[in-house]
Design a protein around this ligand. Structure first.
Ligand SMILES: NC(=O)C1=CN([C@@H]2O[C@H](COP(=O)(O)OP(=O)(O)OC[C@H]3O[C@@H](n4cnc5c(N)ncnc54)[C@H](O)[C@@H]3O)[C@@H](O)[C@H]2O)C=CC1
Ligand SMILES: O=C(O)CCC(=O)C(=O)O
Length: 379
């Protein structure tokens, strides 16, 4: 009998994978072991801006998929925050615990420099301001560097502040009371952003459920809780999805709202810093049907971007504070618009992004640094 041939879906070639992006740069430096990918999604609004993630990706394809998704998200985040920057992001393939060296970040800095201002970068998951002090030795197109080097400092502080404003807006919308302390929260990831959010919630007297792969940060947050009126409970990694809390706060990896996790959720809302929390747009619809309010990630986590974009005009903490506080009202408006038009919160947020991009595309569709001499961007 003739064997049935299974028809395999056609594998996309590299150009098909990057079809929505302007430019993708593969960076290879055998001397330091650097393997990185820089993705520039869209420079309609200005030069691409976005952090650099270091992660032990299992394959180059996995790294490419992540950087393409992340850089597209940055285009949305810049547009929604009213910033004159485009979407870009970089990933370094490697274990941040073992594979870092000053030389590796200097090599990365040289690759960033070679783009001559089309891409500005700084920290993201797995990287720290110290790493970018090394990269800064090779290029000026770095942001979020310490104040001592003329930068605006650790951007995760402002990201965490933005997440807290988003939580207040969500509490206001759902419970008609924006107080943070009277609610319960499930936090995934106690890194640069998640830890600061957790600390503030404990200070406010909240009950938090936390998980992280790193035992040290779990110990630290339990010690911290003792000095506050809040309470902390540790939960197993996967149990975080089914934790009975008011709000789920994802602050680690993306695509954590997927077919496996979505049915487990018991929370009323999802409000976190992680980029690309939804595996697909379809998951926004399912959340909507399940009655889980989803705060679009690129609205919630824009604080760090607001800070590092501001730094390029000459850092101004007051301006950053005002723009970060605006996350509260932007999010409330998105919730209200979505309810009024019976659409998902992602659709409501994406509408804003599309109108900003369309307006600018109609007058200027490709960024050239020479056209923006008014900018006080470091040369
Ligand atoms: N740092 C920033 O200012 C910004 C960060 N983001 C996003 O927020 C998220 C967190 O960023 P950072 O705090 O900077 O990263 P980080 O690398 O400092 O912290 C991430 C934490 O998550 C933990 N983690 C990883 N996988 C986990 C899992 N499966 N379960 C539980 N914990 C896990 C890690 O052990 C680490 O403690 C990322 O998605 C990042 O892209 C977004 C905007 C700005
Ligand atoms: O927060 C930063 O340092 C840069 C912005 C960024 O990469 C992000 O918002 O994901």
């Amino acid at each position: 009998m003739k064997q049935l041939e299974l028809v395999k879906p056609m594998e996309k070639n590299t150009f098909e994978k990057i079809a929505n992006h302007e430019q993708v740069v593969f960076c290879n430096d055998p001397a330091t072991g650097l393997q990185a990918i820089i993705a520039i999604h869209d420079t309609t609004l200005g030069p691409a801006l976005g952090g650099t993630r270091m992660y032990p990706y299992k394959s180059v394809d996995e790294a490419l998929e992540d950087v393409l998704r992340l850089s597209e998200g940055m285009t949305y985040k810049c547009a929604a925050s009213g910033l004159d920057f485009g979407g870009g992001k970089a990933v370094i393939i490697g274990n941040p615990e073992k594979d870092k060296s000053p030389a590796l970040f200097r090599a990365f800095g040289q690759f960033v420099d070679s783009l001559n201002g089309r891409f500005y970068t700084g920290t993201d998951m797995g990287t720290t301001t110290d790493d970018f002090v090394e990269a800064f030795k090779e290029t000026n197109f770095i942001n979020g560097i310490p104040e001592a080097y003329g930068g605006s400092g650790d951007s995760s502080i402002t990201t965490a502040r933005g997440v807290l404003h988003a939580l207040e807006a969500t509490n206001e919308y759902l419970f008609k009371n924006n107080d943070l302390g009277s609610r319960t929260y499930a936090i995934q990831g106690l890194g640069k952003v998640g830890y600061k959010v957790a600390e503030q919630l404990l200070e406010a007297g909240a009950q938090i459920y936390v998980t992280d792969l790193n035992q040290d940060v779990l110990r630290q947050i339990k010690t911290k809780a003792k000095d506050t009126s809040g309470e902390v409970h540790e939960v197993e990694s996967n149990a975080i999805y089914s934790t009975n809390a008011d709000v789920f706060i994802p602050c680690a990896m993306g695509a954590i709202i997927n077919d496996q996790t979505i049915g487990q959720l018991k929370v009323r809302a999802i409000v976190g810093s992680a980029n690309n929390q939804l595996q697909t747009l379809h998951h926004a619809k399912i959340l909507h049907e399940q009655g889980v309010l989803y705060a679009p990630d690129y609205i919630v986590n824009a604080g760090g971007l607001i800070q590092v974009a501001d730094e390029l005009y000459g850092p101004n903490p007051k301006r950053v504070l005002v723009k970060t506080k605006a996350i509260y009202h932007s999010l409330l408006e998105i919730y209200q618009q979505a309810a009024m038009d019976a659409i998902t919160t992602v659709e409501a947020a994406n509408r804003i992004v599309c109108s900003v991009l369309d307006e600018q595309r109609n007058r200027n569709n490709f960024y050239s640094r020479k056209r923006r001499p008014k900018w006080n961007i470091r040369e």
